[in-house]
Write a protein that binds this ligand. Structure first.
Ligand SMILES: [Zn+2]
Length: 351
């Protein structure tokens, strides 16, 4: 029974195994309607202008470094003016005591403008233009990954003020680092073990399970599938997965890139249509390291982690997530997938 005395719907209160991260996720959907008296967040403002003379990402404009952006017509990549890793990182790193370790923060940090249009997010870009963004990820991963000091290339997009982005101009970032990011280290180990033990790809088994169930699948064609995973940690979490197992985005062929772009469009359009607003999320490309080792068990995919569970209600990371390291989800993945599946495939601002 719930607090209000209602029967608990099946599947609303259980823990689900996350096979890629090898951890439990508590699904407590029966708590979703619990009283909330805390802060809510304002819905994001819609950007109406195609060009903003004060925007440091718009074509031709000056940036804080003094450099001027190219008058680009599709995508534009430049070195981050405030890099967290890079060639200028101090080479002499002092360690205060022998026990601790430190290393120079070498690598590269770049910014990718998705479109010259200040007001066009992925959700409103045509799939052919999104394919241009995927092409940038391909080229950047290949180029930066080939550097001897780089062990991994992390491509991501933080979208929306709520995830800390003040500039609405659609853009992503790339961090090329001398270390392997924890998430992909965990996924790689899980995938390699699964392949060794069963002879099957871990993501291939996830895809099969999602197809068999069907309730959480948002989009599928010959090459790509998109779904809310059974073990979702965030309410509207979506994976966009090429069906062929490749370790890096640059291993996709052009037909697969076009399919991936179509799936990214289908997912982001449904996100925006859900509450008729520019939907905030963190988007991450899950790629294998670029350290020259064998990563044939790794299955490249893209994950969307939206922070909202209701239009003005944020999923706060607290004791379980920050302290314990596992997620408690206040929503059921099947119900959230049903909401997204019910959305029209055309963006609400284009109808
Ligand atoms: Zn702009």
């Amino acid at each position: 029974m719930t607090d209000a005395g209602q029967p608990t719907p099946p599947g609303a209160w259980e823990q689900r195994w996350h096979p890629l991260r090898e951890e439990w996720v508590i699904v407590a959907a029966h708590r979703q309607q619990r009283p909330w008296t805390g802060n809510t967040v304002a819905a994001p403002a819609t950007t109406a202008v195609a060009y903003d003379p004060g925007c440091y990402l718009c074509p031709g404009n000056a940036r804080v470094s003094g450099a001027a952006n190219a008058r680009y017509a599709s995508t534009f990549v430049f070195d981050n003016d405030h890099p967290c890793v890079g060639a200028d990182a101090p080479r002499e790193v002092a360690v205060p005591t022998p026990f601790y370790r430190a290393a120079p923060a070498v690598g590269a940090a770049r910014v990718v403008c998705f479109s010259p249009r200040h007001d066009l997010t992925l959700a409103e870009m045509p799939p052919a233009a999104i394919a241009g963004v995927v092409d940038v990820w391909r080229a950047q991963t290949r180029e930066l990954g080939a550097r001897p000091e780089v062990r991994q290339v992390l491509c991501f997009e933080n979208k929306g003020e709520i995830v800390g982005v003040s500039n609405p101009h659609p853009h992503g970032q790339i961090y090329a680092t001398s270390f392997v990011w924890k998430t992909f280290e965990i996924e790689e180990a899980a995938s390699a073990r699964h392949l060794r033990d069963t002879g099957r790809g871990l993501m291939a088994d996830i895809i099969r399970a999602e197809q068999l169930d069907g309730r959480r699948v948002l989009h599928e064609d010959e090459h790509v599938i998109a779904f809310v995973p059974y073990f979702a940690r965030y309410a509207y979490e979506v994976y966009v997965v090429p069906k062929r197992r490749v370790a890096h985005v640059f291993d996709l062929n052009d037909v697969e890139v076009a399919a991936l772009a179509g799936a990214l469009s289908a997912v982001t359009v449904r996100f925006d249509n859900l509450w008729r607003m520019s939907f905030p999320y963190v988007q991450v490309l899950h790629q294998a390291p670029t350290d020259g080792a064998d990563h044939s068990a790794f299955h490249f995919y893209i994950a969307f982690h939206p922070p909202l569970r209701q239009p003005t209600l944020l999923k706060y990371l607290a004791g379980p997530e920050i302290g314990g390291g596992n997620f408690v989800s206040d929503t059921g993945p099947e119900a959230k997938a049903a909401e997204l599946r019910a959305q029209a495939p055309v963006h609400y601002r284009q109808t």
